[in-house]
Design a protein around this ligand. Structure first.
Ligand SMILES: *Cc1c(COP(=O)(O)O)cnc(C)c1O
Length: 363
């Protein structure tokens, strides 16, 4: 049975992206190194950075490997990290810090609230040991979008290193990395660039990646070494995910053909708002307030008096061509619908018609 994914990565990709994976590419020669170099170059263009100041490194593994690579390679033994968390991916940063014995503090907000800027300032003022600040841009847990531009200003006002997990936003939301004062930003192949899973990428300020030399707590996730090898001529330190790379390169071209990040954002945003409006008509409220709602994924509150289970609704929808996502908010019964990937207006209309049909059947 075929279905489209309404999950925020892996997501539905085009056939033309998938077709790239029908070829077994060799890795040692100039052809392949050039593809790696092209990809890092295109990513730096998307990040709108000056290429003298910023570098791009690809890292095997899923998105978490990229986040762990940055945290474990950039934060030294005498450094301290402030994690701004309002979701499971912020909490995962704390988990990474624990595993790597990184000194950290965490400022946690409710999953549908943004951080208080004055409170961030107070923490930075009072805890002089803090050297790095990290945050998730688009919290895929709830669908909230954090204001990294405003927070970046505060981080630099206090001269700290700024780390952003932009896993589910990079490529789908414009992020001028240099203007936003970001030192390290992480995303992965299978989110808004619409590739398949297999690696993450890190765009870093050159000055800061140079400081990572000999700091890494792990060999395979050593960001400096990975960059140093890749930067020479496009070589990967260890086996690269060749098929994923070929697919990703095609996905980058397709992003360009769509009209770039702004056009993709427009598609995501319009589909997301259409989804929210139609779901509201069907009786589903959102967990995150509209003004903080990302165009990536939406948490819908499960109706209190519902006489059906999520699994029943999920199966009904899946049999008709779409896979939705369970909720991930503690103490709140919810479910999520993502709208990134090869998803268009007609998909949203079809999905909502399926949900309407389901509700008629159970009521
Ligand atoms: C997808 C995602 C990650 C990485 O998750 P993996 O399962 O390791 O790919 C990290 N942060 C956010 C915000 C994400 O959406």
């Amino acid at each position: 049975m075929k279905y489209k994914l309404l999950t925020p990565g892996p997501l539905t990709t085009t056939d033309s992206v998938k077709e790239q994976m029908l070829f077994d590419h060799c890795t040692w020669d100039e052809d392949y190194k050039k593809i790696t170099r092209d990809i890092t170059d295109k990513l730096l263009n998307l990040a709108k950075v000056n290429k003298d100041n910023y570098v791009c490194t690809l890292m095997q593994g899923s998105g978490t490997f990229g986040v762990e690579s940055v945290l474990s390679s950039s934060i030294g033994e005498n450094d301290k990290l402030l994690i701004l968390s309002n979701g499971a991916y912020g909490e995962r940063m704390a988990d990474i810090a624990k595993h790597n014995r990184i000194n950290y503090v965490i400022y946690t907000e409710d999953y549908n609230k943004r951080h208080n800027i004055n409170k961030i300032k107070d923490i930075l003022k009072n805890d002089k040991a803090i050297t790095h600040v990290s945050i998730v841009h688009s919290e895929t847990t709830s669908g909230i979008l954090n204001d990294i531009e405003e927070i970046g200003k505060v981080v630099k006002e206090y001269n700290k290193i700024f780390i952003v997990d932009a896993m589910s936003s990079f490529g789908g939301i414009d992020i001028p990395v240099e203007n936003y004062n970001i030192d390290f930003i992480i995303s992965s192949a299978n989110k808004c660039i619409q590739g398949v899973p297999g690696f993450s990428f890190i765009i870093a300020k050159k000055e800061e990646i140079l400081k990572c030399k000999n700091k890494a707590r792990s060999l395979s996730l050593d960001l400096y070494s990975q960059w140093e090898t890749m930067n020479k001529d496009g070589k990967w330190r260890f086996t690269s995910p060749t098929h994923t790379i070929l697919a990703f390169n095609k996905a980058l071209d397709e992003l360009n053909e769509e009209g770039g990040v702004d056009k993709r954002y427009e598609r995501y945003y319009n589909n997301n708002r259409l989804l929210i409006d139609k779901m509201k008509e069907l009786g589903f409220d959102t967990y995150v307030d509209n003004k903080y709602q990302s165009p990536i994924i939406t948490s819908f509150i499960y109706p209190k008096n519902a006489n059906y289970t999520f699994e029943e609704m999920y199966d009904f929808i899946k049999q008709r061509g779409y896979a939705i996502y369970p909720g991930k908010i503690e103490n709140i019964n919810s479910f999520r619908i993502g709208n990134i990937g090869e998803i268009y207006k007609e998909d949203i209309i079809k999905l909502c018609a399926i949900i309407e049909e389901f509700l008629k059947g159970v009521n």
